[in-house]
Design a protein around this ligand. Structure first.
Ligand code: PNS
Length: 159
């Protein structure tokens, strides 16, 4: 039988425990999950794409069903290239909904074969975002428990 592949796309700058929670849920829906990091020239990230891939591999690399790759261009094209039939996105609060709905409907218009599914992370991560984690870390606050330890160490080294 054909394997069900899910793409979990995003910026992951850096990966948070909320992302990890979504990833473990996505893992239950698909045989393989590809974490897809957008190479976005419009943004100035804290971590390079190579660093983000390395961090994700460090954390989830022991699971052969999870891989991390970068992509450029349209997400649906990358989904076709990887054989993915699902796009997984995490939803935290109602405020995420509008942006996510727009993307899901645009992706559906671009490809009817790929379905977007939204997953909810544990409530304790509902306020966690990469942007806020970076801000707190930059200002000397404690981000323990919000990101994996290796990400915490890298944040400390970087900031
Ligand atoms: O975590 P982010 O930064 O909100 O992720 C956004 C991402 C990478 C999922 C989105 O920007 C994306 O899919 N970009 C690829 C370009 C694309 O396919 N655009 C058209 C459909 S919305």
């Amino acid at each position: 039988m054909a394997q069900r592949v899910a793409l979990y796309p995003g910026s992951f700058d850096p990966l948070t425990n909320g992302h990890l929670d979504i990833l473990s849920r996505a893992r239950r829906l698909a045989d393989r999950v590809v974490v897809a990091i957008l190479e976005n020239d419009a943004k100035t990230p804290l971590f390079s794409v190579a660093e983000r891939i390395e961090m994700i591999r460090e954390i989830v690399g022991s699971d052969p069903a999870v891989s991390a790759r970068s992509f450029k261009g349209l997400l649906v094209d990358f989904a076709r290239e990887t054989g993915a039939s699902l796009i997984v996105r995490g939803l935290r609060a109602v405020s995420d909904y509008e942006y996510e709905l727009q993307m899901a409907l645009m992706n559906r218009r671009l490809s009817t074969e790929i379905e977007t599914v939204f997953l909810m992370a544990k409530e304790e991560y509902s306020y966690v975002s990469s942007r806020l984690v970076k801000e707190v870390a930059r200002l000397g606050g404690d981000v323990a428990g919000l990101v994996p330890e290796s990400v915490e160490r890298r944040l400390r080294a970087k900031l």
